[in-house]
Write a protein that binds this ligand. Sequence first.
Ligand code: SF4
Length: 347
Amino acid sequence: MNAIRSAKDLIAAGLATPEQQAGIEAVAERYAVAISPAIAELIDRGDADDPIAKQFVPDMRELTTLPEEHDDPIGDLAHSPVEGIVHRYPDRVLLKAVHVCPVYCRFCFRREMVGPQGLGTLSPEAMDKAIGYIADHPEIWEVILTGGDPLILSPRRLAEMMERLKAIPHVKIVRFHTRVPVVEPERIDDALVAALKASGKTTYLAVHANHPREFSEAARAAVTRLADAGIALISQTVLLKGINDDAEVLAELMRTFVELRVKPYYLHHPDLAPGTSHFRVSIEAGQALVVGLRGRVSGLAQPTYILDIPGGYGKAVIAPGSIRATGDGCYSVRDFRGGEHTYRDVV
Ligand code: SF4
């Protein structure tokens, strides 16, 4: 079975009706579409509110962009000294080697950059410059591979990249952010796991999942393979209306992570990405969910609720008590340098 990539594929797979074809085609012209076979299998065709379908099947509401929404909602471009690098915080950089993913999440915060028409894969020359930038900045302790999904690269290319990072003494941590263990678990084989490791460096891998049903048997086996190989695992979840804005669902998701040796790390407030307002919950609702989690699950299973401050100012913790409401639906949030910003809660 191949990935679903068009309105016709969606109709053939029973994930859309012929009446929806024109609308889906309009969305697909603007934003990339892909649903992996593993994800297509998890979707309950009889449930109009299926939480997996909502994450991946295009929706006409994506064609509505609010004035507050931005093409670059977390401000990557403002901190990109060379192609492929985002240097926002002093001790770490993002290395965006590839802008392709095995699935395209409808709420993606980099939806203007990823996809077949997106920025593609870094050219060898651009990769040389990006690695050179890391080598020239001794303050860089951690390199975070994101994109796109870095685990879509072949084991050979991943191993080559790890070899190059291995040669830079000040880089101690290499972190991968990926959806692959859940959406294409068959990729996590021995060769890929071996490629993620390099002697002298510690590998972390952030598993992105938003609903406990994403953890099929195959996904669980893939995560277990990574954990057994000694790769430190953390989680990443986006808070999404109609998908996981429910304390019981979140509790089950966090417990699943912990059972699989994945330490819950971040619960992201949804970013102001274009055409994603139907996914957004209010900060007030998010904070109530955080309180709900506290009352339900072990401290081991508590993620940190965070907001990426628009404009590239970095992450701010927005758990209850961490930010100040200033009226009119606005909050005062503080960046990691101490700067204060007004954030309008657009729902
Ligand atoms: S896997 Fe990540 S980068 Fe790719 S579409 Fe989903 S959220 Fe965006």
